[in-house]
Design a protein around this ligand. Structure first.
Ligand SMILES: O=C1C[C@@](O)(C(=O)O)C[C@@H](O)[C@@H]1O
Length: 250
């Protein structure tokens, strides 16, 4: 599988890398960042949509600077998760583009999450902007209601690869056990037949928890784990996840 190197971290192949979300206002995210730094996480995700002051650019740039100095060399992923995809804030297409553009240009982040179902213009322009500034793009899609069929999951992930993602991500919700198998099958199909871009997949909720642990076997390059507070249903604590993925290492 092709790999992506960010600072000293190699994503793709081997044990899945552990990403821990930071949520809330500046004080809360900085507190979480201190905890993450001491944990065995590999990278940190800043969920800007959970900051009540997300729409204030000078504020988020200041927070980003502080985060950067706490995290040191740990890669930082910037994510605005919109309400349509299970996030905390609703944002216009234009504002979504502007905020992401500002952060991409800031030199303070390593990766940016771009929701694949935004307009083609938004997706393309943010990928271009990220490429120009040495920021890696995670194209993402979330379904908090259901799990599409394997073929559809594969189709979306391949479309993300073709659009120029550095990492292609999908999170889906299972309604029954079979849905988790569907997601794992899709993940394995990507590993086997479309290995050019590392993928990140998860089946959410309690039923899907297993999918957050077996990435090495089936081909998910990153798993999301909580430092105290989970950002999505089914996330386990970072140290628990770390221990299990070490044990499952082949
Ligand atoms: O996309 C993802 C994955 C996620 O939804 C999860 O299920 O772990 C958690 C989000 O914080 C992150 O942006």
């Amino acid at each position: 599988m092709k790999t992506v190197k960010i600072r000293n971290l190699v994503i793709g192949g081997g044990k899945p890398k552990v990403c821990v979300p930071m949520m809330g206002d500046e004080e809360a995210v900085l507190r979480t960042a201190e905890g993450i730094k001491k944990s065995r996480a590999d990278l940190a995700e800043w969920r800007i949509d959970t900051d009540p002051d997300w729409n204030n650019e000078s504020h988020i740039l200041q927070t980003a600077e502080k985060l950067r100095s706490v995290l040191g060399d740990m890669p930082l992923l910037f994510t605005f998760r919109t309400r349509e995809e299970g996030g905390s804030a609703a944002v216009s297409e234009e504002r979504y583009r502007e905020l992401n553009r500002t952060m991409i240009r800031s030199g303070l982040i390593d990766l940016v999450d771009v929701e694949f179902f935004k307009t083609e213009e938004t997706v393309k322009s943010l990928i271009r902007e990220a490429e120009a500034h040495g920021v890696r793009t995670v194209l993402s899609n979330h379904d908090f209601e259901k799990t599409p069929q394997e073929e559809e999951i594969v189709r979306r992930l391949c479309a993300m690869q073709e659009a120029g993602a550095d990492l292609a991500k999908i999170a889906v919700m299972p309604k029954e056990e079979q849905d988790v198998i569907e997601l794992l099958n899709a993940t394995w199909t990507m590993k086997k037949f479309h290995p050019d871009t590392p993928v990140i997949t998860m089946s959410m909720g309690q039923r899907g928890m297993i999918s957050r642990l077996c990435g090495e076997l089936y081909g998910s390059a990153v798993t999301f784990a909580a430092y105290e507070k989970a950002s999505a249903p089914g996330q386990m604590q970072v140290e628990e996840v770390r221990e299990i993925i070490e044990k499952l290492h082949v």
